[in-house]
Design a protein around this ligand. Structure first.
Ligand code: ATP
Ligand code: MG
Length: 311
């Protein structure tokens, strides 16, 4: 009996220590709202928090995937909240693989993924948030944006000539990046206040690791299809992108929609960290299956009797 209590105590102590360690780690990964960060100095793409290998992190990742599936089931049943997960990154940072692995346990009916590419002629005929609005998750769902409206302050900032296609009035061009940050913050606040929880992940891959992954895409025939010459052209703008990302993180990480800078040189650690943040967020929502009223319970019992009486 005593041993049982001791074991239970030990389990709780281990759990508390793990939770505290995770909180500390997530604090380092979250971009603190209202504070200024320096991407290169404050966020190390190779960080793995003491985990040594993929194998080392596997059990925890599997546990998170299972937990995520459980929470998602309640999210769906409760039909009150939705979760919008935004992924942004340089090419070959592992967005696709992260989405595939982390969401692998989730019921496909409760999850939607949208990939945002260069805007079409129809999309350019609208304001820049229009195409995202159409893809927002319904209550009870997890919606994933593989790239997003953030491209409007990232790729468009790196290539300001893209603005020429956007048909915006000349006055809208004044102070455009600052204005877009404010518009995005207001948009996300609106979502949050209406029960749509926004999580934003920047998969932070290093320039060296990107090169390594591009070379693999060239050298390994089964990866050839992933390689695009355009990606190498964008790589030439690496520093300009880093500056655009840094400025974006500094202006759009808010209490209601924080940014997380995910160390992404080790793919397995990026997946583990993303899964941890999603699970933690769902946990904090205090999700509950809908309560069934006494009258309905009574009704269910009546139906049960009828079913049992069937010959
Ligand atoms: P992968 O390369 O892994 O398949 P990806 O997200 O890079 O995934 P691509 O089809 O290669 O997909 O590229 C999409 C391109 O569309 C990116 O270069 C991105 O910057 C660009 N894009 C997305 N949104 C906008 C936008 N609003 N304006 C201009 N370009 C955009
Ligand atoms: Mg690409």
């Amino acid at each position: 009996m005593k041993k049982k209590i001791l074991d239970a105590d030990r389990k709780i102590t281990v759990q508390i220590a793990e939770d505290a360690e995770l909180e500390l780690r997530l604090k380092r990964i979250m971009v603190p709202p209202g504070k200024k960060i320096t991407l290169r100095k404050d966020y190390d793409p190779t960080f793995t928090a003491g985990f040594k290998s993929k194998k080392d992190a596997q059990k925890k990742l599997e546990q998170n995937i299972a937990e995520l599936a459980e929470y998602q089931d309640i999210l769906y049943a409760q039909d009150t909240y939705a979760v919008l997960i935004v992924f942004q990154a340089m090419d070959a940072a592992g967005k696709d693989g992260t989405i595939k692995h982390v969401m692998s346990g989730v019921n496909p009916q409760g999850c939607q993924v949208f990939s945002f590419k260069v805007p079409s002629a129809e999309e350019l005929d609208h304001d820049y948030l229009w195409r995202s609005m159409k893809c927002l998750p319904e209550r009870g769902r997890i919606g994933i944006f593989n790239r997003s409206y953030y491209e409007e302050v990232l790729v468009v900032r790196v290539h300001p000539e893209f603005l020429d296609h956007q048909k915006i009035p000349p006055t809208a061009r004044e102070n455009i990046w600052q204005r877009r940050y404010e518009q995005i913050n207001a948009f996300e606040k609106y979502l949050f206040e209406n029960g749509i929880i926004v999580l934003k992940f920047f998969l932070n891959v290093s320039k060296e690791e990107q090169k390594k992954r591009f070379l693999e895409r060239i050298d390994q025939p089964e990866k050839n299809w992933k390689f695009s010459t355009a990606d190498v052209k964008e790589r030439a703008f690496w520093d300009t992108y880093q500056t655009a990302y840094e400025d974006c993180l500094n202006h759009t990480s808010t209490e209601w929609a924080p940014w997380f800078v995910i160390p992404a040189d080790a793919k397995w650690f990026a997946r583990l960290t993303v899964s941890e943040i999603i699970v933690r967020t769902l946990k904090q929502l205090n999700l509950r299956y809908p309560e069934v009223s006494a009258a309905r319970r009574q009704e269910l019992q009546e139906i049960r009797k009828l079913l049992e009486a069937e010959s």
